[in-house]
Ligand binder design. Structure first.
Ligand SMILES: [Zn+2]
Ligand SMILES: [Zn+2]
Ligand SMILES: [Zn+2]
Length: 186
Protein backbone atom coordinates (compact mmCIF):
# COMPACT_ATOMS: atom_id res chain seq x y z
CA UNK A 1 0.00 0.00 0.00
CA UNK A 2 2.70 2.42 0.97
CA UNK A 3 4.94 1.86 -2.01
CA UNK A 4 2.37 2.55 -4.70
CA UNK A 5 1.27 5.58 -2.69
CA UNK A 6 -2.41 4.72 -2.68
CA UNK A 7 -4.22 6.00 0.40
CA UNK A 8 -5.66 3.24 2.53
CA UNK A 9 -9.18 4.52 2.13
CA UNK A 10 -10.97 2.90 -0.81
CA UNK A 11 -13.09 5.97 -1.39
CA UNK A 12 -10.06 8.07 -2.31
CA UNK A 13 -7.07 7.74 -4.56
CA UNK A 14 -3.87 9.68 -5.20
CA UNK A 15 -3.55 10.80 -8.81
CA UNK A 16 -0.44 9.37 -10.45
CA UNK A 17 -0.05 12.56 -12.46
CA UNK A 18 -0.86 15.58 -10.28
CA UNK A 19 -0.42 13.85 -6.92
CA UNK A 20 -3.68 15.13 -5.46
CA UNK A 21 -5.78 12.82 -3.32
CA UNK A 22 -9.29 12.83 -4.74
CA UNK A 23 -12.58 10.95 -4.28
CA UNK A 24 -12.67 7.75 -6.33
CA UNK A 25 -15.41 9.01 -8.61
CA UNK A 26 -12.99 11.60 -9.98
CA UNK A 27 -11.14 8.71 -11.61
CA UNK A 28 -12.60 7.12 -14.73
CA UNK A 29 -13.79 3.51 -14.43
CA UNK A 30 -11.78 0.89 -16.31
CA UNK A 31 -13.88 -1.11 -18.73
CA UNK A 32 -11.37 -3.81 -19.62
CA UNK A 33 -12.97 -7.20 -20.18
CA UNK A 34 -11.33 -8.94 -17.26
CA UNK A 35 -12.29 -6.20 -14.83
CA UNK A 36 -15.95 -6.21 -15.73
CA UNK A 37 -18.25 -5.99 -12.77
CA UNK A 38 -15.49 -4.70 -10.53
CA UNK A 39 -14.88 -1.16 -9.54
CA UNK A 40 -11.46 -0.69 -11.12
CA UNK A 41 -10.52 2.88 -11.68
CA UNK A 42 -7.74 4.63 -13.54
CA UNK A 43 -4.81 5.99 -11.57
CA UNK A 44 -4.87 9.34 -13.33
CA UNK A 45 -7.65 11.72 -12.32
CA UNK A 46 -10.23 12.89 -14.88
CA UNK A 47 -8.77 16.40 -15.07
CA UNK A 48 -5.21 15.19 -15.73
CA UNK A 49 -6.67 12.68 -18.15
CA UNK A 50 -8.41 15.43 -20.08
CA UNK A 51 -5.24 17.54 -20.22
CA UNK A 52 -3.26 14.57 -21.51
CA UNK A 53 -5.94 13.70 -24.06
CA UNK A 54 -5.89 17.28 -25.37
CA UNK A 55 -2.12 17.20 -25.68
CA UNK A 56 -2.32 13.91 -27.55
CA UNK A 57 -4.98 15.35 -29.82
CA UNK A 58 -2.74 18.33 -30.63
CA UNK A 59 0.20 16.01 -31.31
CA UNK A 60 -1.83 13.80 -33.67
CA UNK A 61 -3.22 16.85 -35.41
CA UNK A 62 0.30 18.14 -35.92
CA UNK A 63 1.42 14.79 -37.31
CA UNK A 64 -1.36 14.47 -39.84
CA UNK A 65 -3.14 17.79 -40.40
CA UNK A 66 -4.75 16.61 -43.64
CA UNK A 67 -6.63 13.85 -41.86
CA UNK A 68 -8.14 16.43 -39.54
CA UNK A 69 -9.00 18.77 -42.38
CA UNK A 70 -10.78 15.88 -44.12
CA UNK A 71 -12.68 15.04 -40.95
CA UNK A 72 -13.69 18.68 -40.54
CA UNK A 73 -14.89 18.78 -44.13
CA UNK A 74 -16.95 15.61 -43.61
CA UNK A 75 -18.51 17.16 -40.52
CA UNK A 76 -19.26 20.37 -42.43
CA UNK A 77 -20.90 18.50 -45.28
CA UNK A 78 -22.89 16.28 -42.97
CA UNK A 79 -24.29 19.14 -40.86
CA UNK A 80 -24.61 21.78 -43.57
CA UNK A 81 -28.41 21.80 -43.84
CA UNK A 82 -28.85 21.72 -40.11
CA UNK A 83 -26.45 24.61 -39.55
CA UNK A 84 -28.07 26.61 -42.33
CA UNK A 85 -31.49 26.16 -40.74
CA UNK A 86 -30.22 27.29 -37.34
CA UNK A 87 -28.62 30.35 -38.92
CA UNK A 88 -31.72 31.23 -40.88
CA UNK A 89 -33.96 30.97 -37.82
CA UNK A 90 -31.61 33.22 -35.85
CA UNK A 91 -31.41 35.68 -38.75
CA UNK A 92 -35.20 35.92 -39.08
CA UNK A 93 -35.57 36.40 -35.34
CA UNK A 94 -33.02 39.24 -35.31
CA UNK A 95 -34.60 40.82 -38.38
CA UNK A 96 -38.09 40.85 -36.82
CA UNK A 97 -36.65 42.30 -33.62
CA UNK A 98 -34.84 45.10 -35.48
CA UNK A 99 -37.77 46.11 -37.67
CA UNK A 100 -40.06 46.12 -34.63
CA UNK A 101 -37.65 48.50 -32.90
CA UNK A 102 -37.68 50.91 -35.85
CA UNK A 103 -41.45 51.10 -36.25
CA UNK A 104 -42.24 47.80 -37.98
CA UNK A 105 -42.27 46.67 -41.60
CA UNK A 106 -43.18 50.00 -43.15
CA UNK A 107 -41.10 52.42 -45.22
CA UNK A 108 -40.54 55.66 -43.30
CA UNK A 109 -40.80 57.57 -46.57
CA UNK A 110 -43.49 56.06 -48.80
CA UNK A 111 -45.27 53.64 -46.48
CA UNK A 112 -44.39 50.45 -48.40
CA UNK A 113 -45.18 47.46 -46.16
CA UNK A 114 -43.94 44.46 -48.17
CA UNK A 115 -41.19 43.00 -45.91
CA UNK A 116 -39.08 41.70 -48.80
CA UNK A 117 -38.87 45.26 -50.18
CA UNK A 118 -37.69 46.85 -46.97
CA UNK A 119 -34.24 47.49 -45.59
CA UNK A 120 -32.53 49.28 -42.72
CA UNK A 121 -31.14 52.61 -43.93
CA UNK A 122 -28.43 54.84 -42.54
CA UNK A 123 -30.23 58.19 -42.16
CA UNK A 124 -27.07 60.21 -42.73
CA UNK A 125 -25.87 58.26 -45.77
CA UNK A 126 -22.84 57.12 -43.82
CA UNK A 127 -23.24 53.41 -44.52
CA UNK A 128 -19.96 53.16 -46.40
CA UNK A 129 -18.09 54.84 -43.59
CA UNK A 130 -19.89 52.63 -41.10
CA UNK A 131 -18.75 49.52 -42.94
CA UNK A 132 -15.20 50.86 -43.13
CA UNK A 133 -15.19 51.38 -39.38
CA UNK A 134 -16.47 47.89 -38.75
CA UNK A 135 -14.33 45.83 -41.03
CA UNK A 136 -14.30 42.09 -40.66
CA UNK A 137 -18.05 41.80 -40.07
CA UNK A 138 -20.08 39.86 -42.57
CA UNK A 139 -22.78 42.47 -42.95
CA UNK A 140 -25.21 40.64 -45.15
CA UNK A 141 -25.77 38.28 -42.26
CA UNK A 142 -24.69 40.16 -39.18
CA UNK A 143 -26.09 43.67 -39.55
CA UNK A 144 -29.26 42.90 -37.57
CA UNK A 145 -27.27 41.20 -34.82
CA UNK A 146 -24.93 44.19 -34.74
CA UNK A 147 -27.87 46.60 -34.39
CA UNK A 148 -29.25 44.63 -31.43
CA UNK A 149 -25.80 44.36 -29.83
CA UNK A 150 -25.38 48.12 -30.12
CA UNK A 151 -28.73 48.99 -28.58
CA UNK A 152 -30.61 50.04 -31.75
CA UNK A 153 -28.67 53.18 -32.82
CA UNK A 154 -31.00 56.15 -33.51
CA UNK A 155 -29.37 57.02 -36.87
CA UNK A 156 -31.07 54.09 -38.59
CA UNK A 157 -34.54 53.83 -40.11
CA UNK A 158 -36.75 51.54 -42.19
CA UNK A 159 -36.86 52.37 -45.90
CA UNK A 160 -37.96 50.44 -48.98
CA UNK A 161 -35.26 49.71 -51.54
CA UNK A 162 -36.68 52.33 -53.93
CA UNK A 163 -36.55 55.12 -51.38
CA UNK A 164 -33.19 53.88 -50.13
CA UNK A 165 -31.72 54.03 -53.63
CA UNK A 166 -33.38 57.33 -54.53
CA UNK A 167 -32.18 58.93 -51.32
CA UNK A 168 -28.70 57.63 -52.03
CA UNK A 169 -28.69 59.09 -55.56
CA UNK A 170 -30.09 62.44 -54.51
CA UNK A 171 -27.55 63.16 -51.83
CA UNK A 172 -29.61 62.04 -48.85
CA UNK A 173 -33.17 63.01 -49.86
CA UNK A 174 -35.59 60.60 -51.55
CA UNK A 175 -37.22 61.85 -54.78
CA UNK A 176 -40.58 61.53 -53.02
CA UNK A 177 -39.55 64.26 -50.62
CA UNK A 178 -37.98 66.39 -53.36
CA UNK A 179 -41.27 66.22 -55.24
CA UNK A 180 -43.11 67.39 -52.15
CA UNK A 181 -40.68 70.28 -51.93
CA UNK A 182 -39.56 69.20 -48.51
CA UNK A 183 -35.91 69.55 -47.73
CA UNK A 184 -35.81 67.52 -44.54
CA UNK A 185 -34.06 64.19 -44.63
CA UNK A 186 -36.75 61.50 -44.29
ZN1 LIG B 1 -4.52 14.48 -11.48
ZN1 LIG C 1 -40.33 53.77 -49.70
ZN1 LIG D 1 -39.35 57.81 -50.73
Amino acid sequence: MADNQQPSSQSERKCKSCGDVKPLDEFAPVYAKNSRGQNYRQHTCLICHRIKAAAKERRLRGNDPQRYRDALKRWRDRTLDERKAVKKTRYEKHKAQVFAAYGGFICTCCGETEPTMLTIDHKLEDGAEFRRNNRGERWSYNFYAWIIRNGFPPDLQVLCYNCNLSKHRNGGICAHKLREGSTTIP
